[in-house]
Design a protein around this ligand. Structure first.
Ligand code: SF4
Length: 317
């Protein structure tokens, strides 16, 4: 397969991109422009550095992504009539991934430097003076490990997966998107199927963190996507379910037409704002970096991946 190398990235939109723009415009520039092509060996130093930093994760996020990956694999096994791993084996596997990420962060930085997509670097290690993870974080993740896995196996959605004869699962594309006025809108859905008995579409979101005030915008985007791709007329035929794996509960949401109107309005305003940060809208060419204002709250910067670029003299690395 031949990959096209584009000098500037293609314009796209997602809620997380929107949130990044609101959090810090400088971070937004690093995430969506400066790091572009940073994966290429012959990219300039800044692009490579920004791309590397963009790939830094933290313990909670890494835990969430390992759990999501394993859940995905387990569901695929069920759908392919393969043996399902025991709970204990899944817990061990997650622990193994977490340990590996710690070793990669502390002992294999050189490998991560060259291939940041294939190795893990934890923020807690990269921006600290020590090669230790904070005790309270280790405690928190250890506590979450067993609970999360056993709540997954006991979840309503996994029961639906096991009851697969009554469901129609949609092929799991990692990068689902819809196109609005030529702009790709990325939609990240963990699991999507149709309950044939109830005649409803079900979208599942696995949550590995604490439940929070739900972002209806995200849910409305899912519904818009389903409507566009699968021509679903009524919102009543769509069930959106959040599975809270920490406390073993789930919540189902029913959207209204107003939710869809709101999210489309948000998209329009947000895209317009993003376009003010460009010198060439058609080719998605950004303004110079100085035009992307920096965050003033040091607490936000302390959690950010780009401290090394924004505050080189304060950085420990
Ligand atoms: S370190 Fe602070 S100013 Fe720099 S990109 Fe991150 S949040 Fe923005």
């Amino acid at each position: 397969m031949k990959f096209e190398v584009r000098k500037y990235p293609e314009m796209s939109w997602s809620l997380s991109r929107h949130k990044t723009m609101l959090t810090c415009k400088r971070k937004y520039a690093y995430d969506y422009y400066v790091s572009h092509n940073g994966w290429l060996n012959d990219a300039d130093t800044l692009a490579r550095q920004a791309y590397r930093l963009k790939k830094i994760t933290n313990l909670e996020m890494h835990f969430g992504s390992v759990v999501h990956d394993l859940i995905y694999q387990i569901i695929q096994r069920v759908l392919n009539n393969q043996e399902i791993p025991r709970e204990e084996a899944v817990v061990d596997e997650i622990r193994h991934h977490l340990n590996r990420s710690f070793i990669e962060s502390t002992k294999k930085e050189h490998l991560w430097q060259h291939r940041p997509k294939h190795f893990t670097m934890l923020h807690e290690i990269y921006y600290s003076q020590t090669n230790q993870l904070p005790d309270h974080k280790i405690k928190k993740i250890t506590e979450r490990l067993h609970t999360t896995v056993s709540n997954f196996f006991a979840s309503r959605s996994f029961a639906d997966v096991l009851n697969k004869q009554q469901m129609r699962f949609l092929e799991s594309e990692k990068f689902r998107y819809m196109t609005v006025d030529g702009v790709k809108i990325f939609i990240v859905m963990d699991l999507l199927y149709k309950d044939l008995t109830e005649n409803k579409w079900v979208i599942v979101d696995w949550k590995t963190g604490k439940s929070s005030e739900e972002d209806r915008g995200q849910l409305a985007m899912y519904a818009l996507y389903l409507q566009q791709k699968h021509h679903i007329e009524s919102l009543d035929d769509i069930v959106i379910r959040n599975e809270y794996l920490l406390d073993g509960t789930h919540a189902e949401h029913q959207l209204t037409e107003q939710d869809l109107i709101n999210v489309q309005r948000l998209y329009g305003i947000s895209l317009e704002q993003m376009q003010t940060l460009l010198i060439d809208v058609e080719n998605n060419i950004p303004q110079p970096i100085e035009h992307f204002s920096m965050q003033e709250d040091p607490r936000i910067c302390a959690r950010c991946n780009y401290q090394e670029l924004c505050f080189p003299s304060l950085s420990n690395v």
